[in-house]
Design a protein around this ligand. Structure first.
Ligand SMILES: Cc1cc2nc3c(=O)[nH]c(=O)nc-3n(C[C@H](O)[C@H](O)[C@H](O)COP(=O)(O)OP(=O)(O)OC[C@H]3O[C@@H](n4cnc5c(N)ncnc54)[C@H](O)[C@@H]3O)c2cc1C
Length: 507
């Protein structure tokens, strides 16, 4: 093994507690009197990736600030280093200046870019005799070929104690920080800039990054009672903003772990809301596990038979969908809200994808990167899998074609959410707010609310939904779709248990 320090490479795990690589690195260095270096690398290639936006980088930067705060507050005697350079250059620099004995990190279930980068890091480690200890993030299991026993293993994992660093031993030991001087061009005073997403709100306010903020959200959800209206409001675009946990960005960037949330949930009194929330924690890992097992989900249909699905490309419609200018109030309000705040609840995310792929008949690939950039909580494993499900190209899930007018009437009956994001419709009465084009012109004129500023829908909603239903159901019956469906079930779905009497379960 090469001589030198233990590098803790922080990726999507920006926290100080329940962090096995950090725990191991301090332990190894304490025992052998070695050196430790805590490192986050902002890689130019990833900053230029089409899924990356400035809100993600800003959130990661704030998580780093919070780590620095904790290190100082708790007198760890360590610095959190943040550099801007390709990771292989960073590792070369460390090898030549302070030496690298081992890299400690989590396994990343990321986009192809990070997968390829990790293969190069593995080659680099091999070439230089450096050990790379990679451990799984809670709940996702690498190199699985089926889901047999997956749920049981997940529960065992969730019940394990947090992997916390033994600070007392570390402080009492001869272990020290590796002292490194970085090339000036790599040092950062603020979050670096990105290549894409200049059209989105870059300034915030967004949910603040950091481990402490994540735990504050968890506390206000479980202990201060936001959870009590969880199920009642989960599908409502306005009320979900308060009644859902809002933990997703903290989980996606690793400011907290699923295990921490699960254990906090288990320690509170239980009820319907708790049960529904607990299931979603498992879904989080279930979807990432899918992506871990089949990363081509990033660019091609999980059910290959859908490659033959005829799609239509209308650049003008696509631009209007991305901007929130389709002329369909709820669709536009949702898109404008997520562009501005980075958040949207599940049902409304699903509706945006349904509108793109079913009403507009675009390929899901045409919108997947745009929404990745919009979502503050972009998590590749959940994002790509959910996109494909909502686009109806798995062949194993029910096809849902959301009617945006009906969704509006059910989930935003007074139209307050629409009015707050589409001010052009501010004076439209609730009766017409979700379909203003259906109001008799006299009604609008007499009420004084006809709005020239807001366009009519860019497509005929009824006709587009009818065509989508025909297209999707005809495809569903094809033998090649069914054959691929069986392969997907075998690979990604939990096999039947005794109590489910032979029915396949998708968690
Ligand atoms: C097209 C589409 C794309 C999505 N992309 C993402 C993404 O990039 N990142 C992301 O975290 N979620 C994504 N989701 C899932 C879901 O919409 C969000 O996790 C949820 O809205 C986040 O809000 P919350 O933290 O308040 O959730 P809560 O309802 O409070 O749930 C708690 C946690 O459970 C997990 N979770 C909740 N719902 C789901 C679900 N349906 N599938 C998997 N995990 C779930 C999340 O980690 C969430 O933080 C996507 C959904 C759709 C339809």
């Amino acid at each position: 093994m090469a001589a030198g320090g233990h590098v803790v490479w922080f990726k999507r795990d920006l926290r100080t507690r329940d962090h096995e690589p950090l725990q191991r690195a301090l332990q190894s260095a304490s025992h052998a009197g070695g050196k430790v270096l805590l490192l986050q690398v902002f890689e130019p290639g990833l900053l230029a990736h089409p899924t990356t936006s400035s809100r993600h980088v800003r959130f990661q930067w704030e998580c780093g600030d919070d780590i620095q705060f904790t290190l100082k507050q708790e007198s760890w005697g360590l610095t959190f280093h943040r550099v801007h350079a390709p990771v292989l250059d960073v590792l070369d620099h460390l090898r030549q200046t302070v030496g690298v004995a081992a890299i400690h990190s989590h396994e990343e279930t990321g986009v192809l870019w990070t997968f390829d980068r990790d293969k190069k890091v593995a080659q680099w480690c091999h070439a230089h005799g450096v050990l790379w200890h990679e451990v799984s993030q809670a709940g996702v299991q690498r190199r699985r070929t089926s889901r047999a026993g997956w749920v049981e293993a997940w529960h065992v994992n969730m019940a394990r104690p947090w992997a916390n660093p033994d600070l007392e031993s570390w402080r009492a030991s001869e272990g020290r920080e590796a002292e490194v001087v970085w090339p000036a061009a790599w040092t950062l005073q603020e979050a670096p800039s990105v290549a894409h997403g200049a059209d989105l709100n870059g300034a915030g306010p967004f949910q603040p990054g950091g481990e402490r903020s994540g735990h504050a959200y968890l506390k206000s959800f479980l202990k201060e009672g936001r959870i009590h209206t969880y199920q009642k409001h989960i599908s409502k675009p306005e009320f979900s903003r308060k009644s859902c946990s809002r933990l997703s960005p903290y989980l996606a960037w690793g400011a907290m772990t699923i295990r921490q949330v699960y254990q906090a949930l288990e320690s509170t009194s239980q009820g319907r809301n708790h049960h529904a929330f607990g299931s979603r924690l498992r879904w989080h890992c279930h979807f990432i596990q899918k992506f871990e097992s089949e990363h081509a989900l990033e660019w091609r249909n999980v059910n290959r038979a859908y490659d033959a699905l005829p799609v239509h490309r209308n650049p003008e419609w696509l631009a209007r969908w991305k901007e929130g200018a389709t002329g369909v109030p709820l669709v536009d309000a949702c898109m404008r809200a997520v562009r501005e705040t980075g958040y949207l609840n599940f049902r409304m995310r699903a509706m945006l994808v349904s509108f793109l792929t079913h009403h507009m008949n675009h390929a899901w690939q045409d919108g997947v990167e745009h929404l990745a950039r919009c979502f503050l909580d972009f998590e590749p494993g959940i994002h790509y899998s959910q996109f494909q499900m909502q686009a109806g190209v798995t062949g194993i899930n029910t096809v849902r074609i959301y009617n945006p007018v009906k969704q509006g009437q059910e989930q935003d009956p007074e139209g307050n959410f629409v009015r707050s994001w589409v001010p052009e419709l501010e004076s439209v009465p609730s009766e017409w707010i979700h379909a203003p084009w259906t109001a008799p012109p006299m009604e609008a004129a007499m009420g004084g609310w006809a709005s020239e500023a807001y366009p009519d829908p860019m497509l005929d909603l009824t006709e587009a939904a009818r065509a989508a239903r025909e297209r999707m159901w005809a495809f569903r019956k094809r033998p090649d779709v069914k054959a691929e469906g069986r392969r997907i079930l075998a690979r990604h779905v939990v096999p039947p248990r005794a109590q489910t009497k032979g029915r396949m379960r998708e968690l």
